[in-house]
Design a protein around this ligand. Structure first.
Ligand SMILES: [Fe+2]
Ligand SMILES: [Fe+2]
Length: 199
């Protein structure tokens, strides 16, 4: 299947991803692709964009830390502070970079959904919210204790912001329990979502 948003067919993308991701990460990527499409159908987003963004969101996940850092520095990928916080978010901007460079994705909305899928950001677009959530609640590899509370909020409220807020609450709790710092973006997005969902 070919879409308007990439120069390469979906089958070819899957084949290439299978080569460069671990088995579990590839399975997770398929799960995020399926869940992104499901949420796009439900919330009225472009399903082709959701499919590609979901499939490619972690395409740089199996690159080692020093190589990710090098790619970020050499290509100015941290211009808008998307690499703030832990090194665990570095793969997101690099995945967006590679989605464009190696997988021929030419759509800004898709690239931005990939770039912000780990951190989230203020004023997220519909597609960004969908991929962010799909990454947390896909059923192929995400653990039940982690995905069910978020999915439950989504099902009960039918509100993407409420479900993302739940995910942020869980992340913040987990960081505090492990004595880890919380980056400013996480606090800002949490405050924004809280305001949006309680007024
Ligand atoms: Fe990721
Ligand atoms: Fe992921």
């Amino acid at each position: 299947m070919k879409t308007d948003y990439t120069l390469i067919s979906l089958e070819e993308i899957e084949m290439r991803l299978k080569e460069c991701l671990s088995e579990e990460r590839f399975e997770h990527s398929l799960g995020v692709m399926e869940k992104s499409v499901e949420l796009a159908q439900k919330f009225g987003a472009d399903t082709d964009k959701a499919r590609l963004a979901g499939l490619l969101h972690d395409c740089a996940k199996c690159i080692d830390k020093s190589e990710l850092k090098k790619m970020i520095d050499e290509n100015n990928l941290d211009e808008d502070n998307c690499c703030a916080g832990s090194y665990k978010v570095w793969h997101a901007p690099v995945s967006a970079f590679l989605a464009q460079k190696d997988y021929g994705v030419n759509d800004k909305e898709i690239l931005s959904a990939i770039k912000w899928h780990t951190m989230g950001r203020l004023n997220m677009t519909l597609l960004e919210k969908i991929v962010y959530l799909a990454d947390k609640i896909e059923e192929r590899t995400r653990e039940i204790e982690y995905r069910v509370p978020i999915d439950k909020v989504l099902k009960e409220t039918g509100d993407l912001d409420m479900a993302i807020l739940k995910s942020f609450k869980m992340t913040i709790c987990s960081l505090t329990e492990r004595n880890l710092p919380i980056c400013q973006t996480t606090i800002d997005v949490y405050n924004e979502l809280l305001k949006k969902t309680t007024h």
